[in-house]
Design a protein around this ligand. Structure first.
Ligand SMILES: Cc1cc2nc3c(=O)[nH]c(=O)nc-3n(C[C@H](O)[C@H](O)[C@H](O)COP(=O)(O)O)c2cc1C
Length: 378
């Protein structure tokens, strides 16, 4: 049985069951609140602060990662004072309800369910509303009508965008938070603009908090994103190397060994299951053979019909399939779609998700404190 749903909306009190966070983290929270610019992005007042909207202490959001992040990850990050998300777009509406209940069984803190606008989503959104969920994260395009329905249903809405024009569309429709996903990001990548250029452009366009995504894997990345005017960060690849990520050990190992130039952005390499959806993944035997064959279009690629392995339930995984190799997958794991962002060089060891949240936050604080020294020493 799951705990009764609690919705912690704006200005709601901190739930009493929350364990106290370590003093250093609370200090960091105060520090960044005073000096880290979430309140106003370089002089432009925000209507609300990210931490107030989400009722969190630490403005770090674990990115939804289909196939890799489940209830344990979402709960661990929210329990650590950040904000967890769970992608629930790939299954049935019943699985959406079940997923929400699974997270609630682990935490009474807030989290978001991630829905994909390229797949059926209206019934799933309705289920989120009926379950009295706190927040939804919507990605793969901005659909103003869906944002409006989510708001009418009482949800906090996070909308992922790839440029400032889309950010305005989402904010005008009522989105509470804009997630600016840069081209460096791992997994499916909606836009074409790098995080460094995207974040300030979006911050200059909307008056709701902006969260930076793509290539942010440590405290340096977080500090830089805040300096660009972001109110928080949305971290994916770094959390793949966490105890809570449900990925195959070979995939995790390859991530920990990879360098920053070891990923590729592809228009349609892994298009089985989800066509017309550009993505970033590690270079591997599949991408190398495809390049060696002069990058042919889908349908005439080498080994097009080859089965490279099997999912834990025994279903075949095809060479060009969009599939996150999970624990229990068998076969040639290294040949599969190993989603990964360009921040991968900063991902070297596996840690608990809570430790990742704490480390990124502490380092960001240290770097922001040293800010003027950095300028002097440049
Ligand atoms: C394995 C993997 C799966 C992903 N699946 C999703 C998803 O289901 N929904 C979504 O909105 N974004 C998804 N993304 C994108 C992330 O939410 C996020 O934007 C990205 O990881 C940020 O860049 P970073 O990996 O450099 O931190 C995925 C990313 C990865 C690496």
């Amino acid at each position: 049985m799951f705990k009764s749903p609690k919705r912690h909306h704006l200005a709601s009190p901190v739930p009493s069951r929350r364990p106290a966070l370590p003093a250093v983290i609370l200090d960091s929270a105060r520090y960044i609140s005073l000096a880290g610019f979430p309140k106003s992005c370089w002089g432009k007042p925000l209507k609300n602060k990210l931490r107030d909207i989400l009722n969190i202490e630490i403005p770090i959001i674990s990115a939804p990662m289909g196939g890799a992040t489940g209830p344990t990850m979402a709960a661990a990050v929210s329990e650590a004072g950040g904000f967890g998300t769970i992608p629930l777009w790939g299954g049935s509406t019943e699985q959406v309800r079940k997923g929400i209940q699974q997270v609630r069984a682990l935490t009474d803190r807030n989290f978001a369910v991630n829905l994909n606008m390229d797949f059926p989503h209206e019934e799933k959104l309705q289920a989120c509303i009926e379950e009295e969920l706190f927040a939804v994260s919507l990605f793969w395009g901005v659909k103003p009508g869906i944002i409006e329905s989510a708001k009418k249903g009482g949800l906090v809405v996070l909308s992922t965008v790839g440029n400032a024009r889309e950010a305005k569309l989402a904010a005008d429709a009522g989105a509470d938070i804009i997630v600016a996903q840069g081209w460096e990001a791992g997994g499916h990548v909606w836009g074409q603009v790098a995080t460094m250029a995207l974040v300030p452009a979006v911050v200059d366009t909307v008056s709701v908090p902006v969260v930076a995504a793509g290539g942010i894997a440590d405290g340096r990345g977080m500090a830089a994103a805040l300096m660009l005017g972001a109110s928080g960060v949305w971290v994916g690849t770094r959390f793949l190397a966490s105890n809570e990520a449900n990925i195959h050990p070979d995939y995790r190992q390859l991530i920990q060994e990879a360098s920053e130039d070891h990923t590729g952005w592809y228009q349609e390499l892994y298009d089985g299951f989800w066509p017309d959806a550009p993505h970033r993944s590690l270079e591997n035997s599949t991408s190398e053979r495809w390049r060696a064959a002069e990058s042919p279009r889908s349908g005439s690629r080498p080994d097009e019909d080859a089965v490279v392995g099997h999912k834990p339930d025994g279903e075949a995984v095809m060479r060009y399939q969009s599939y996150t190799p999970q624990t229990g997958t068998t076969g040639d794991i290294a040949a599969m779609s190993l989603w990964c962002g360009q921040g991968v060089a900063q991902v070297q060891e596996t840690m608990a998700a809570a430790e990742i949240v704490e480390e990124i936050y502490r380092d960001a604080r240290r770097i922001l404190q040293a800010g003027s020294d950095v300028l002097d020493e440049a």
